[in-house]
Design a protein around this ligand. Structure first.
Ligand code: 26Q
Length: 764
């Protein structure tokens, strides 16, 4: 296709004008249509077995640039636009960003779809079409507020398919309507699909905030993505959403199986279902139910489903492991209850240890352990980084590993370097083309050839120049979109962007800010200015997370108003951090903060994106940081803090005797720590914000500190000061950047998906 010509035709047909006379919004819709036409003309890949990737979240981000790239017309489109005086960046600004995910798990699902298509594998996503996504974050008076994020416009990536299924809820049937988003594969001629189910009559957005009438369930099933929090309200709604997704998805699978001319007794020969955390776990009993309804015996149905479904675990935080009261399921989908009882009975007969039972608790108060269902009746259980899988086998799922050692396997996460390097950092991508050849785009392990330039001054200079340019660009966009707030591009950019959670320890980062602030006030200026950038949404009901945001925003104000400190230290927090902000900030980062309490972060994927873009990691030996450290070597990463074995030991001690194990008070009393923590309740800070919130945070840190920020804060401060000092030797720092990019090829999601296919899916 001649892109320029087609753009002209579409601009004329839609708006009666030449592209040069169109506004950015009009050109966005022209390019959307053009891209859709090309993607929809592509055939689906064929194979014996087809994958269905079930996930409650697909954090896909904006799609225009990625789809242009996958369709092989990115450069052509950019040029055609340039010829009529338009910029692709400006046009992309118009595109609304869907927020169909909380964070890592949702973004991983999006990277996986990109890689499945790029490898030419037959695999579709199955999820929900949330109209208002996760909330949009606003800051007022240094507090977070939540608003709906409507993203569906008349012209959107959603393709109505006309396919509908009835989902049989306890209160009656609800129609599920299928919309698809095309997923074209880069460098292949094929396209897969992301299937998003929607209700027939979606409710309008609430006028203010994200509360809605919970009694009108059928209209609200696909309104919001329920956030990752521990609050009770809305949990029942989440079970309704989950059943809506898996029932419609299971019916789609059986319909497609039938269309291929295959009987239900051959399900596992033709279908693989990947269950992305336990959110879609009800697909197991639902498939059993539907197969039985199609004439299979219970034995046959269970066998087929057990050879079809595979489960990925993304967390070891006990509170995030889904356990639903059986009464919820009785209400939502009563037809599943006898099936779950039957599966539980079969599991108990084979494995009498009550710890591995699916149903636990006394009659009438039973709870369903969703992960247990997956492990007994799935054929694969995987963790998402080497350390995480070892912890699952040795601690969290030890009893299951004893029973089913062969089911357990590791699949270290990866990210699509098409979005996270090619599109978001075109200058670095071009330099890599020159140094290692453009083949790295199809085979990221070729990035290791960059090591040949370890002592090449012009290349090292170029790396520094590109980083500086990316920092300036990020500063400009920050000033444009974040209330005119300026970042100093000459400062060290030290960035922590991820969901707000105590285990990720943004509060420890804030304690470092206080440490620097107090040093500067005492006359000790740092070697160079540092800009500390945060981006994080807190779940609306997660009180402590909201207090931490408040602390960060108060520190920002404090420093803004202090002429002695401001030249040296700057705190910025992005409002409504999302995929688009990630694409702007990651290429601009010098120091990547990955400071979770060891053993708590299953993998992390931001850490991989930062690494590929030449940031140096400051992190604990947690999740995939461990693998990053092995790949880059000790000179090219800053690690610190307690190790995972020690942390697990501390928790075990506390479990056995509350007076044993970690005692935050002991660390609080240390002379280097106390002033930092006490600053939270100093008049300097409390006068700027909500004294009660800051006091609550102080009390938590000094008496509980469940995620042990005070245990690591001294080692963290030392490691961070060392990193900032090392930054001054520009040539040495450039080498660290080079090594990080050179070693990042392993973290391509193409590699991860090739492993899933080889070990789990075998799509043929
Ligand atoms: C559960 C019950 C009720 C309501 C919400 C939830 C819920 C929702 C989302 C629980 C968990 C999540 C999301 C988890 C998540 O994002 N995990 C991250 O997965 C990444 C991809 O594997 C890892 O890199 C991260 O380490 C892990 O935290």
């Amino acid at each position: 296709m001649d892109v320029k010509q087609r753009m002209q035709e579409l601009a004329q047909a839609r708006y009666g004008r030449e592209p040069a006379q169109c506004g950015d919004g009009e050109l966005y819709r022209v390019l959307l249509q053009l891209t859709q036409e090309l993607a929809q003309a592509r055939p689906a890949p064929q194979g014996e077995r087809k994958l269905y990737y079930f996930s409650a979240e697909f954090l896909i981000g904006k799609l225009l640039s990625n789809n242009l790239l996958a369709l092989g017309i990115y450069d052509e489109a950019k040029q055609a636009l340039a010829q009529c005086g338009k910029s692709l960046a400006a046009i992309e600004d118009v595109e609304p960003e869907p927020s169909l995910g909380n964070g890592g798990l949702g973004r991983l699902a999006a990277c996986f779809l990109d890689s499945i298509a790029a490898l030419g594998l037959p695999g579709d996503g199955v999820g929900l079409n949330y109209h208002y996504g996760l909330f949009k974050q606003e800051f007022h008076m240094s507090h977070q507020f939540e608003q709906p994020n409507p993203w569906i416009e008349d012209d959107s990536w959603l393709i109505p398919t006309g396919t509908e299924f009835e989902v049989p809820f306890g209160f009656g049937p609800v129609k599920a309507r299928l919309f698809d988003i095309a997923v074209p594969g880069a460098n292949t001629g094929i396209a897969n699909r992301l299937h998003l189910f929607d209700v027939e009559h979606p409710a309008p957005a609430p006028r203010e905030g994200i509360d809605f009438d919970k009694t009108d369930l059928p209209a609200h099933l696909t309104s919001f993505l329920y956030p990752d929090d521990s609050d009770e309200a809305g949990r029942l709604l989440r079970v309704y959403q989950q059943y809506f997704m898996v029932s419609a998805g299971a019916q789609l699978i059986l319909k497609e199986l039938d269309e291929r001319g295959c009987g239900p007794e051959t399900l596992s020969d033709h279908v693989a279902v990947q269950i992305n955390d336990t959110h879609p776990s009800m697909v197991i009993p639902e498939l059993v139910r539907l197969l039985a309804a199609r004439g299979l015996t219970m034995d046959q149905a269970v066998e087929q489903v057990s050879k079809t479904c595979a489960y990925t675990n993304h967390t070891i935080l006990a509170e995030a492991l889904e356990k639903w009261p059986l009464t919820f399921i009785e209400k939502v989908a009563p037809q599943l209850v006898p099936i779950i009882r039957e599966l539980d009975a079969r599991a108990r007969a084979a494995h009498p240890d009550p710890k591995v039972a699916i149903l636990q608790g006394e009659e009438g108060k039973e709870i369903v352990h969703m992960a247990h269902l997956d492990i007994h009746f799935g054929y694969s259980v995987n963790g998402v980084a080497a350390l995480h899988t070892e912890i699952l086998k040795g601690s969290e799922l030890r009893h299951f590993y004893d029973i089913y050692p062969a089911k357990f396997n590791n699949k270290t996460n990866g990210v699509t370097l098409r979005r996270w390097l090619e599109v978001c950092n075109p200058q670095l991508a071009a330099l890599l083309d020159q140094c290692v050849g453009p083949e790295w785009r199809a085979d990221p392990t070729r990035l290791s050839r960059l090591m040949d330039y370890y002592n090449d001054s012009p290349v090292l200079e170029k790396l520094l120049d590109i980083k500086a340019a990316n920092k300036r660009a990020a500063s400009d966009l920050f000033a444009r979109d974040q209330y005119g707030i300026r970042l100093d591009p000459d400062a060290v950019f030290d960035i922590q962007v991820k969901r707000l959670h105590e285990y990720k320890r943004q509060q420890m980062n804030a304690l470092y800010v206080i440490h620097k602030y107090l040093e500067i006030k005492a006359g000790k200026t740092p070697q160079r200015p540092v800009t500390v950038i945060f981006g994080a949404k807190a779940a609306p009901a997660y009180v402590m997370a909201k207090h931490i945001i408040h602390l960060i925003l108060c520190l920002r104000r404090l420093i803004e108003n202090d002429p002695q400190v401001r030249p040296w230290l700057h705190v910025a927090m992005v409002e409504n951090y999302n995929v688009t902000w990630a694409e702007r900030l990651i290429p601009a980062c010098d120091i990547s903060e990955q400071i979770s309490l060891a053993s708590k972060e299953a993998s992390g994927t931001g850490n991989m994106k930062f690494m590929a873009n030449g940031a140096v990691t400051l992190g604990t030996l947690d999740g995939a940081n461990v693998e990053i450290a092995e790949l880059v070597g000790p000179d090219n990463i800053y690690t610190f803090g307690a190790g995972s074995n020690y942390v697990i030991e501390l928790y075990d001690q506390k479990m056995k005797d509350g007076a044993k194990g970690y005692q935050s008070r002991v660390y609080y009393e240390r002379p280097a720590v106390k002033p930092l923590v006490d600053f939270l309740i100093s008049p300097a800070l409390t006068s700027l914000g909500d004294e009660a919130a800051l006091k609550a945070l102080w009390t938590d840190l000094t008496t509980k500190d469940w995620f042990m920020a005070l245990l690591d804060v001294e080692a963290y401060t030392a490691a961070r000061d060392r990193a900032i000092a090392d930054y001054g030797d520009r040539a040495a720092w450039a080498r660290k950047m080079l090594v990080n990019t050179a070693r990042s090829g392993y973290f391509s999601s193409d590699r991860t998906i090739a492993e899933y296919n080889r070990d789990i899916w075998r799509l043929g």
